[in-house]
Design a protein around this ligand. Structure first.
Ligand SMILES: [Zn+2]
Length: 222
């Protein structure tokens, strides 16, 4: 069950991928997390990535593909994965098909105003990476992480100008990827125009597509 998660920044796909990962007991691989880990370790690769990410630009294909390929070859991915944040370009999609068979692509969609309000209000813990939202999921104490007491901050790629840039880059570069998967009949559209409390309505749409997937492969075996 190799599932690709698509959707513009701020659509909530990270949250949905986490829930799905627990339900289906296969890992969620976030390319954003892979990037942040590399940056935190301050390797040469990490510093290179940081330059792109802080401007809201995409990290070059070659670097991203290498990072993802290595991660998907690890043991915990042998029964499948929910891959969040990759592929974002046609070149990445083509590269991925060379090293992993894709079972389904879940494309989360929401209106632009929902995306802007979600991203602008997000705060991240500097210590443990937990995320909050000033309106939807506020911490108990303003600016402080409930989990570890760390300080919350506005990620540089979630500042208004970076958000606008990310949405523009997303439209230019990632929309063709959606067309690419549609042609291959792998694409499922998930309506994510729901409030945080209505997360089940989004997850049940995903489950429907993933259940069919199981039936399809059983049928193929018979
Ligand atoms: Zn924390």
């Amino acid at each position: 069950m190799n599932i690709v998660i698509l959707g513009s920044p701020g659509v909530g796909k990270g949250t949905y991928a986490k829930i799905l990962s627990e339900k289906f007991n296969i890992p969620r691989i976030s390319v954003g997390d892979l990037f942040r880990k590399a940056m935190k370790n301050e390797t040469e690769l990490g510093r290179k990535i940081e330059d792109y990410v802080s401007r809201g630009d995409l990290v070059p294909d070659e670097t991203t593909i290498e990072l993802v390929k290595k991660r998907l070859q690890e043991d915990d991915c042998k029964n499948g994965f929910f891959l969040d944040g990759f592929p974002r370009t046609i070149a990445q999609a083509e590269a991925m098909e060379r090293f992993k068979k894709i079972s389904k692509v879940l494309n989360f969609v929401a209106s632009e105003w929902i995306i802007m309000s979600r991203l602008g209000g997000r705060r991240t813990c500097r210590e443990c990476g937990a995320t909050y939202h000033v309106k939807e999921v506020p911490p108990k104490l303003e600016g402080i992480c409930d989990r570890c007491g760390g300080k919350l901050y506005l990620r540089s790629d979630e500042a208004p100008q970076a958000i606008k840039n990310r949405l523009r880059v997303y439209l230019e570069k990632t929309k063709p990827v959606i067309g690419y998967f549609r042609k291959r009949k792998l694409l499922a559209i998930i309506d994510a125009n729901y409030k945080f409390e209505e997360v089940d309505k989004v997850i049940s749409q995903c489950e429907k597509h993933l259940q069919n997937l199981g039936e399809d492969s059983r049928r193929r075996r018979i």
